[in-house]
Design a binder for this molecule. Structure first.
Ligand SMILES: O=C(NCCc1nnc(-c2ccc3[nH]cnc3c2)[nH]1)c1cc(-c2ccc(F)cc2)cc(O)c1O
Ligand SMILES: [Mg+2]
Length: 214
């Protein structure tokens, strides 16, 4: 059967990237998306904002919702302190298989735990399966209608602590209106919007950073 876009992206990484060099993997994916096929990675503009927030938080426990091809997984993992691992959830097994290979090509497989499944099932298992108490940093980049139910799930499961940082992609495009309304009006969060554009386009988009106040 015909290859998928993530599989064609993987080929481009193997052709144009340098094994073990995360920066070259990031550049190869951005080049592919700008010159060959658009794909829903967070991209270079929003990716730089992601980098600055990760660097500022310097998290010990990290969760990413929505691995896709592993682009943001590589961006985050390359910035983590030695010995720190990130857990990333992917729903689609074909995409997960591509992401594992892209993460491995970047040489970051030892810093990443990629779990296949749905956030609704896996978030309640975080404590028992991975020995997580709370998350220092969470990147939301999965199905946009899951952002609100999942942040409530984090609260219910006691996975947030005073100062936990949640960074959400696509709050304008495709948009997560209910999530935005919740974090911006809840007294339990301090929220800040980072304006940018939909990856590789001129369409307005941005990231919302929300700090849990306890
Ligand atoms: O759908 C997106 N991202 C989601 C991928 C995913 N990869 N894994 C999951 C998962 C993982 C665990 C889950 N548990 C329950 N649902 C789950 C879904 N979701 C997305 C879409 C766009 C986009 C914008 C404009 C357009 F015209 C078309 C598309 C842009 C973006 O930046 C995105 O992130
Ligand atoms: Mg996104």
């Amino acid at each position: 059967t015909r290859s998928t876009r993530p599989q064609r992206m993987l080929k481009a990484v193997q052709k144009n990237g340098t094994k073990g060099n995360p920066e070259s993997v990031i550049s190869a994916i951005d080049y592919f998306c700008k010159h060959s096929e658009w794909a829903m990675n967070v991209g270079d503009e929003k990716g730089s904002i992601l980098d600055s927030v990760v660097t500022e938080v310097n998290p010990s426990t990290v969760l990413e919702l929505g691995t896709y091809c592993g682009y943001s997984t590589v961006r985050i993992a390359r910035l983590l302190s030695p010995g720190t691992k990130l857990i990333t959830l992917e729903f689609n097994p074909v995409n997960a298989a591509v992401a594992r290979q892209i993460i491995a090509y970047a040489g970051l497989q030892d810093k990443v735990i990629l779990v296949e499944g749905s956030s609704g099932d896996l978030i309640p298992q975080m404590k028992e399966r991975f020995g997580i108490m709370t998350f220092d940093f969470i990147f939301l980049d999965h199905w946009k209608d899951r952002y609100l139910p999942d942040i409530k799930l984090f609260e219910e499961c006691g996975l947030l602590r005073k100062g936990s940082v949640l960074l959400a992609d696509n709050v304008i495009c495709p948009g997560t209106p209910e999530y935005l309304e919740y974090v911006r009006n809840s007294p339990r969060y301090e929220s800040k919007y980072y304006p940018a554009h939909l990856e590789y386009t001129k369409v307005e988009d941005g990231l919302e950073k929300s700090v849990f106040l306890g």
